[in-house]
Design a protein around this ligand. Structure first.
Ligand code: SF4
Ligand code: SF4
Length: 427
């Protein structure tokens, strides 16, 4: 009974904290502007299935993709066993489903154990890649102490969780003299010499370590890049369905141009308070969701031509800075009231002009991202703010803007002159 009460207490506390953290993430994302991405639900659902569930974009690099798939599937599949563990904890039973499922029970546990071993091995390989092989994309300047520690912590954590699960089954097998399960039976020699009392204590220690570890993980994830485990699904569902490279026009500007050219426009349209984005409150909720869904994998930066040529721009850092700013502003508002502003801005205090001006708008980052994040859209909105609100553009860009305005062409020649070179060929 004491164990049941203790378990209920841990269960309730873990869930209360997790719900509070989920609410914090929800509120942070709602600091952004609403955007309607509910059209074409079938296409959106298909994308979500292929990219988030099927991990389609990961398979450009098959070996890390396969290892990641094991960890990802393991997370969901092994946790099915959690249902029995939680019910056992609440009702004080032992392996509640064992009798009712008959022969299916060992088959299921063997299946879960296969994934537990696959997760364990994959996490060890990931740790080696990060810390011994030192894959270059994990060593960029934005991967400072916390992002590195976060990535390592979670891998060590998963290894420990899987070890606790397998050891729990191994000690339970010895304790009840049962046939056991394929993978955990390999661990039984570790505990074979123990007395029944010691085995009982060991089984309980592993059981509690596993379940408390799972509850801790469920709360830690809200402070970690591993939030992508959940957010990859809504993030891919609400992806931009336009062809890559199609830039979003600003309605107010399009309207002004139409009116200026005598075309049909809306003379009553109210221009926005600010063109482009100076802070996260000017970005859309989808852009903020992107920031929380970022896995910090660095594939975007790895493919960014600006970054490759030594420029300061890293699309991964753009996403990390957006998330940091969202967390800072969200915290300031929670502490001082929703109208409070801390006097800082995403543009300038977190992301520099040098970074956004280095972008070639090539979309390579968008193409490379395994969870359909769009760092370019944030860069474009920040640039729009700098240029349209502060008139701060590099001198050569200003010349190009002037040419477009006067000659309808980036060069000083009107489009009608473009084909003139062909005349010389005919003469
Ligand atoms: S769109 Fe910009 S940030 Fe993205 S890969 Fe191209 S240059 Fe880099
Ligand atoms: S934006 Fe995408 S590709 Fe870039 S680090 Fe985040 S998850 Fe990886």
């Amino acid at each position: 009974m004491a164990q049941q009460i203790a378990f209920l207490l841990v269960f309730v506390v873990a869930n209360v904290f997790a719900i509070r953290s989920a609410k914090r993430i929800w509120d942070d994302i709602h600091l952004g502007q609403p955007i309607d991405r509910t059209d074409q639900p079938a296409e959106r659902f298909k994308r979500m299935l292929l990219i988030a569930f099927g991990q389609k974009k990961m398979f450009k690099r098959p070996i890390p993709a396969l290892l990641h798939l094991f960890v990802y599937l393991g997370f969901f599949i092994v946790n099915i066993e959690l249902l029995e563990i939680v019910l056992d904890g609440l009702f004080g039973t032992h392996r509640m489903f064992q009798d009712s499922l008959g022969g299916l029970y060992p088959a299921l546990i063997n299946f879960f154990e296969f994934f537990a071993v696959a997760v364990l091995v994959s996490c060890v390989i990931f740790l080696i890649r990060r810390n011994v092989v030192k894959v270059p994309r994990f060593e960029k300047p934005e991967m400072t102490s916390w992002p590195k520690l976060d990535a390592n912590l979670i891998l060590v954590f998963e290894i420990a969780l899987m070890f606790f699960l397998l050891s729990m089954n191994a000690t339970d097998t010895l304790l009840h003299n049962s046939e056991g399960f394929f993978f955990s039976n390999m661990l039984t020699p570790l505990y074979a010499g123990m007395s029944p009392e010691a085995l009982h204590i060991a089984e309980r220690v592993f059981w509690w370590s596993h379940i408390i570890g799972v509850f801790f993980f469920a709360n830690y994830v809200f402070y970690s890049k591993h939030l992508h485990i959940f957010l990859a699904f809504p993030n891919t569902y609400f992806s931009n369905l336009n062809p890559m490279g199609k830039m979003v026009n600003m309605d107010a500007v399009t309207n002004e141009v139409k009116l200026a050219m005598g075309m049909q426009g809306d003379s009553n349209m109210v221009p926005p308070e600010r063109f482009g984005a100076k802070d996260i409150t000017d970005l859309t909720r989808k852009q903020l969701l992107d920031a929380y869904a970022c896995t910090e994998c660095g594939r975007c930066t790895d493919n960014c031509p600006a970054n490759m040529t030594g420029k300061k721009l890293s699309p991964r850092k753009i996403m990390m800075d957006t998330r940091d700013r969202m967390e800072d502003l969200g915290k300031a508002k929670r502490e001082n009231g929703k109208d409070h502003h801390d006097g800082k801005f995403l543009m300038g205090d977190y992301i520099s002009e040098e970074e956004i001006n280095a972008c070639t708008t090539c979309n390579a980052c968008v193409e490379a991202c395994p969870v359909n994040i769009d760092p370019l859209s944030i860069i474009l909105d920040l640039r729009r703010y700098k240029i349209m609100e502060e008139s701060k553009a590099p001198a050569e860009w200003n010349m190009m803007f002037q040419n477009i305005e006067t000659s309808f062409s980036p060069w000083k020649f009107p489009p009608s002159d473009r084909g003139k070179w062909m005349n010389d060929m005919n003469s």
